[in-house]
Write a protein that binds this ligand. Structure first.
Ligand code: PRP
Length: 180
């Protein structure tokens, strides 16, 4: 499908599944090079991360554990509310572990800043951030993002786990909003 309609908005295909898969493979290889002698915990940030973490894990060739937490900042619409809310706390103890946050997208960085402050309070061995998509034109924070899959322009995007008011997460490509 070149375009999709979700609620009141139309979206056009923007980044194809194959390109996303190549990017996920590169990230998995790079992360493995860092942690091949360790057993890292990958912390997926629900819900947008579902497709990314599933493909990432399939491509990761080493030992690893998986945990999740859920935060939300969009609460519907196409603009971040700026208020990050913890919906589901971390599902696993990360004390004294190598922790890798897996995010589907870093946009304003509000979510990342919230997560960093929360997870840094724990005595972890290391903490890194991997984001599949990144909007450099929108990012407002100074926190380092250790690994980025694809930098994208400031477009509202859906698909590959990302949603518009709950819809679009199951699309296997990334779509961008067609301005009305
Ligand atoms: C999205 C996305 C990131 C965050 C990025 O989550 O999955 O976690 O926004 O935006 P930011 O950098 O401006 O904070 P959302 O709050 O929409 O929840 P979801 O993952 O459940 O869709």
């Amino acid at each position: 499908m070149a375009t999709v309609e979700l609620h009141d908005k139309r979206f056009e295909k923007f980044i194809f599944h194959d390109e996303i898969q190549q990017s996920v493979q590169r990230l998995a290889n790079t992360v493995f090079e860092i942690y091949k002698n360790e057993t890292p915990i990958f912390v997926g940030i629900l819900s947008g991360v579902v497709m990314f973490i599933s493909d990432f894990l399939k491509k990761y060739p080493g030992n690893c554990e998986v945990a999740f937490l859920q935060v939300a900042s969009y609460h519907g619409g196409t603009q971040s509310s700026g208020v990050v809310k913890l919906e589901i706390p971390l599902t696993t103890d990360i004390v004294n572990r190598h922790v890798v946050i897996l995010e589907d997208i870093v946009d304003t960085g509000n979510t990342l800043e919230y997560l960093y402050k929360m997870l840094k309070q724990k005595p972890v061995k290391s903490l890194r951030v991997v984001s599949l998509f990144f909007k450099p034109g929108v990012y407002k924070k100074s926190l380092p993002i250790d690994l980025i899959g694809l930098s994208i322009p400031n477009e509202f995007v859906v698909g590959y786990g990302l949603d518009y008011n709950g819809l679009g997460r199951n699309l296997t490509d990334l779509y961008k909003l067609i301005p009305s």
